[in-house]
Design a protein around this ligand. Structure first.
Ligand SMILES: Nc1ncnc2c1ncn2[C@@H]1O[C@@H]2COP(=O)(O)O[C@H]2[C@H]1O
Length: 653
């Protein structure tokens, strides 16, 4: 059984736990920093106020009085992004219609849409004003001072472009009849399309798709202008007399399609109409002439011509010519004058550059899209080779491959979190990590009150049927289900006692020192992962540290634990009273409790010291008495000796 039990392997810990550890270490730091952040923000306000007071460039009252006129624009705001979208649409108008004005037939339409030009001009004027209020960052602080903003804009080259775009050149009538070319100055607003592109790039979740769209759009615009120029040259060479074989535009190159008019009751005609792709090339040579003649007779007056407006024919062919020339496909009649040759060469060169850019860009995009996938596949291949080389059993190999498939399908391998962590400032990344993990953690009672600052949460990833702990093991960690399901099962794994979803806690019974728990610090059950699951792992020491600060969370954990133990008859009522249990109370109570304990111990030591002192005194007195007794004794003995000597002397005399 023990072989089957696979508690999180150290390798997996290194991959997931190591990373999670770093996140939570950062997060702990972030949490402490958050408190300071509130202070910083307050300080920021103070600094700003002081700064304003110090420079006193623009009195606050003046700004308040004309609050409408004193607005400033945050260029990263959503509203400014929408405004940029609108201005970009307006900028598209001259980009398309200025070149189109070479087609005479479109002029009546352009004249009709004239009133819209007024609206477009108004938007351009508003954009010019809005740009004089765009906030910018100086020394890391957003500048909102109106005169500074205005000055900043006036110094910018884009201001000149904005001014050129709002000059009503058409009203000057310097362009004579060519009214539409007069609006060419509006083209200077095209720079707003680049603004739109930059802002969208930072906002979009599909940068590659947007990149492809930009590439196609740029190509189309270049084809469009080149096509219009081609038609303009054709006009100069008088295209009305041009034929099919000429380099310039010719109506012969784009004839109106002739369709069969099959509205007839004649069954013979109907057969003809229903015949698809009748190829005369399949006929014997002597029948071709006859068949063609009979076809002509049959279809005479039975066709209709689909007539396209001259503008469409002119534009379609010019655009087609432009596209083919620029992508260097050619297959067009050769140029026959020096200028036509020069134009064609210029176009081909431009086409080569465009083609190189397109191929390069599309290639880069495809590589970028597949980069993660190919990196991931390399790791998978390496893992497979390693398992074959090490002769890993088939079942384990299958498990590893399935794990790879799961990680890829759930996007785990598509983002390199470490790369992101290295790039982002630690505080910002910490805040992101908090937001990601708090979703699950706040479901846990303990983290409702404590935002994981201090203790270190590791992460552990489990495969289907992986065992997290087995009955009888010494409990050292508690777990929180982050994703997936875990099952509390019997020893043989056949009976499932309970299934715990995300946000549930387990493994707490053996580390909480629940009074009366017959299992003491040993695991009470087998727990395994149902499918793939992700767990937060909290060490016993870290849990206890947290619980000391949040006794109500501890109470709730113990209460839940007692219920489970009582249900499973694993509480010994006799042991409950015997065990003193751990101290329940706030940190202040706990400190007071400790103080009292220290006082008690100090008193015991003092008493002991006193006793020792007293006994020392008694001992000294006793020793002194004994000494005195001894001296007396010795004196007595000396006297006896002298007396004896004296008596002996008298006797001798
Ligand atoms: N009947 C049960 N209901 C819910 N959870 C249980 C049940 N029995 C055991 N567990 C959980 O399974 C865990 C096994 O390890 P612990 O004894 O540390 O903590 C245990 C509980 O969290």
């Amino acid at each position: 059984m023990s072989e089957n039990v696979s508690v999180t392997s150290s390798a997996r810990r290194e991959t997931f736990g190591g990373f999670a550890y770093r996140i939570y270490a950062l997060k702990g730091w972030v949490q402490r920093a958050r408190k300071r952040l509130t202070l910083f923000r307050k300080n920021d306000v103070d600094i700003e106020t002081n700064f304003r007071e110090a420079i006193r460039e623009e009195p606050e009252e003046e700004e308040k009085q004309s609050s409408f006129l004193s607005f400033t624009v945050d260029e990263h705001s959503n509203s400014f992004y929408l405004w940029t979208c609108l201005v970009s649409l307006v900028a598209l108008h001259p980009l398309i219609f200025t070149a189109l004005s070479v087609f005479q037939d479109i002029h009546p339409f352009l004249r009709q849409t004239g009133p819209f030009n007024l609206i477009f001009d108004l938007i351009n004027i508003l954009d010019l004003i809005a740009h004089t209020r765009i906030e910018y960052v100086e020394n890391g602080v957003a500048v909102k001072n109106l005169s500074k903003l205005m000055h900043n804009r006036l110094m910018s080259k884009f201001f000149i472009l904005d001014v050129i775009a709002v000059i009503p050149a058409e009203s000057l009538e310097v362009f004579g009849e060519s009214f539409f070319w007069a609006r060419i100055n509006r083209l200077t607003k095209v720079y707003r399309l680049f603004d739109f592109s930059t802002q969208t790039d930072t906002r979009t979740t599909s940068p590659h798709a947007f990149g492809l769209f930009k590439l196609i759009f740029i190509c189309l615009v270049i084809f469009h202008w080149n096509g219009c120029l081609y038609f303009h040259i054709s006009k100069v060479y008088n295209y009305t007399t041009a034929r099919l074989e000429h380099w310039i535009f010719s109506y012969d190159k784009i004839i109106n399609p002739i369709l069969a008019d099959c509205v007839t009751d004649n069954p013979y005609d109907k057969d003809f109409c229903d015949t698809d792709d009748f190829l005369i090339t399949h006929l014997p040579e002597n029948e071709v002439q006859y068949t063609v003649t009979s076809f002509m007779e049959t279809w005479d007056n039975k066709t209709k011509t689909l007539k396209f407006a001259n503008f469409f024919r002119q534009y379609a062919l010019s655009f087609y010519w432009s596209a083919l020339t620029l992508v260097t496909l050619g297959e067009q009649p050769s140029p026959c004058t020096t200028f036509q040759n020069a134009f064609e060469i210029g176009d081909t060169l431009l086409g080569l550059v465009i083609f190189a850019v397109i191929v390069g860009d599309v290639g880069n995009m495809v590589v970028a899209i597949n980069l993660r996938k190919s990196e991931f596949e390399n790791v998978l291949d390496g893992c497979k080779r390693f398992m074959i080389y090490r002769k890993v059993p088939n079942l384990l190999r299958k498990k590893a491959v399935e794990y790879f498939a799961y990680v890829w399908a759930h996007g785990g391998a598509q983002v390199d979190e470490e790369e992101i962590a290295e790039f982002l400032p630690p505080r910002l990344f910490g805040e992101i990590a908090v937001e990601i993990h708090m979703d699950t953690l706040k479901k846990v009672k303990l983290f409702e009150v404590k935002r994981t600052d201090g203790q270190k949460l590791n992460e552990s990833f489990l495969l289907p049927m992986d065992y997290i702990c087995k009955k009888g093991d010494v409990g050292t960690e508690m777990y929180i289900v982050k994703e997936g399901f875990v099952e509390v099962v019997s020893e043989d794994g056949q009976t499932i006692f309970v299934t715990l979803p995300a946000g549930f806690v387990f493994g707490e019974l053996s580390i909480l020192n629940i009074p009366g728990n017959k299992n003491k610090n040993l695991r009470t059950a087998y727990v395994r992962s149902k499918g793939y699951s992700d767990l937060y792992v909290l060490d016993k020491e870290d849990l206890w540290e947290a619980l000391r600060e949040y006794p109500q969370a501890k109470d709730s954990l113990i209460e839940k634990g007692v219920q489970i133990l009582e249900k499973d008859k694993m509480i010994d009522p006799n042991m409950v009273d015997d065990e003193e249990g751990d101290f329940n109370g706030s940190i202040e109570d706990y400190m007071e409790h400790l103080d009292q304990e220290v006082l008690k111990i100090t008193k015991i030591i003092d008493d002991a010291e006193k006793t020792i002192h007293e006994s020392q005194q008694a001992m000294k007195t006793r020793l002194f008495d004994m000494e005195m007794e001894l001296i007396d004794e010795m004196k007595k003995m000396k006297r006896k000796e002298m007396k004896a000597k004296y008596m002996k002397g008298i006797t001798v005399l």
